[in-house]
Design a protein around this ligand. Structure first.
Ligand SMILES: NC(=O)c1ccc[n+]([C@@H]2O[C@H](COP(=O)([O-])OP(=O)(O)OC[C@H]3O[C@@H](n4cnc5c(N)ncnc54)[C@H](O)[C@@H]3O)[C@@H](O)[C@H]2O)c1
Length: 401
């Protein structure tokens, strides 16, 4: 008698031997993996199963959940870095990027993932409550994170601040309404800034904590503070699961060249003067964008609803030091630094204490300032065409830097 062996048809499930779910080593690996203490490789080591078998087993037993994340403002600087982070780290998650594509939104930032079945882009405004609500329901969204904002301080000063209020206040209100009406949204993380806390003296040792009172000094910061306060009120009034974060100045790949570090890089590469406001002594706390993304990932998964988390790298440097560092990395002369009139409401110093997120969620930075700047310089040197395309598209932008 002959036995016919048929080839597997497309879509036929491949048999994967299941581990014994009650085996103590499998139980331990599952618990540690589920609590986020170990990754699949470590779980494999503990359980004695191969990573593939274990991954299949976790997926079937619901340990690897297929979360659907709505990222608002995902075509901007931090949002696009965050989308890359999530898609790389969570193979079972899918991301919907909802962005209005203002001058700051750039789909080029997501070119590498645009064909992924786990990524989708939808053009839209966060102030459009009805569209977002349909999206949340149709796409069965589990998590929302909001990066969408008008973010450039100088624009908020030179132009009227209407758009800042519309997006940073009314847009946040729309998202809160949607979360309130759709309890399947497990968590809503609203990304904000340390600028809401106002300014510290240059010679003080103080840092902003989560309890520091808001004292915004420019329209951008005031609009962000408005959105943050709405989040607080919606949690207290309706118990919706919202978390607000305040981070310090970010730098890294995909940052619009209107902001200090990419602007200095871009100008220095062309031997053009780097202009600094006032005496260049304004201090900011600098964090590499991927460290911020890791903090947001932890907050999304483990943060406590209704809480506020400050995120910073304890790297305080004034704008003159930043410009000198960029010039040093590019081997350019310091005389390219040019001081210009200070801008109105320019806060002297920001310093943010990350003690709460370090203590409660175990977060810390992984990239030193020197490593981060080296990575950033290298990225911009390799992606000059990315900057040129922005300049070409937005010829007005040099007015606002
Ligand atoms: N960049 C920083 O150093 C920094 C530091 C701390 C906090 N933050 C906060 O992080 C968030 C993201 O900052 P960023 O630097 O990535 O900003 P960005 O300006 O690079 O990107 C903002 C994105 O939001 C989109 N957007 C604007 N209005 C919208 C609307 N009404 N609806 C939908 N999309 C809209 C834009 O198209 C763009 O893609 C902001 O809320 C900002 O306040 C930024």
């Amino acid at each position: 008698m002959t036995i016919e062996i048929k080839p597997l048809e497309t879509g036929t499930p491949i048999f994967v031997p299941s581990p014994d779910p009650q085996h103590p080593r499998v139980l331990l690996a599952t618990r540690l993996f589920n609590d986020g203490h170990i990754d699949i490789e470590e779980a494999s080591h503990i359980s004695g199963e191969t990573p593939d078998t274990l991954e299949k087993f976790f997926e079937q037993s619901g340990v690897l959940p297929r979360k659907r994340v709505l990222v608002c403002g995902g075509a901007g600087f931090i949002g696009s870095n965050f989308i890359h982070h999530i898609l790389e780290k969570y193979p079972y998650y899918s991301v919907i990027n909802y962005d209005k594509l203002t001058y700051a939104g750039n789909l080029e930032n997501l070119r590498n993932v645009e064909k992924s079945p786990r990524y989708k882009f939808i053009k839209g405004d966060i102030a459009d409550t009805e569209t977002i609500e349909k999206l949340v329901q149709n796409e069965k969204i589990n998590y929302i994170i909001n990066f969408a904002a008008e973010t450039h301080v100088t624009r908020s000063l030179l132009l009227r601040a209407d758009e800042f209020l519309r997006t940073n206040v009314l847009g946040v209100h729309s998202l809160l309404e949607v979360v309130k009406r759709n309890p399947q949204v497990e968590i809503f993380v609203h990304v904000s800034t340390d600028e809401v806390y106002g300014s510290l003296d240059l010679d003080s040792q103080d840092s902003f904590t989560e309890d520091t009172a808001f004292q915004p000094n420019v329209p951008y910061a005031a609009a962000k503070a408005g959105g943050d306060m709405l989040c607080r009120s919606y949690h207290n009034s309706y118990k919706i699961p919202v978390i607000v974060t305040h981070c310090s100045n970010n730098y890294g790949p995909f940052q619009h060249p209107e902001k200090l570090i990419p602007n200095a890089l871009f100008r220095a590469l062309r031997n053009q003067p780097i202009t600094l406001h006032g005496n260049g002594q304004h201090v900011r706390d600098w964090i590499f964008v991927r460290d911020h993304c890791e903090a947001l990932d932890l907050i999304l998964h483990k943060g406590k609803p209704g809480h506020v988390y400050n995120v910073g790298a304890d790297v305080e440097k004034n704008t003159h030091e930043i410009a000198r560092t960029v010039l040093k990395y590019l081997g350019k002369p310091e005389h390219l630094i040019t001081l210009v009139d200070d801008r109105p409401g320019n806060d002297l110093r920001y310093s943010i204490s990350p003690q709460k997120i370090k203590k409660e969620l175990g977060w810390d930075t992984t990239v030193s300032f020197e490593e981060g700047i080296a990575l950033t310089v290298q990225w911009y040197e390799n992606n000059i065409s990315w900057v040129d395309a922005i300049r070409e598209r937005d010829k007005e932008f040099s007015k606002y830097i």
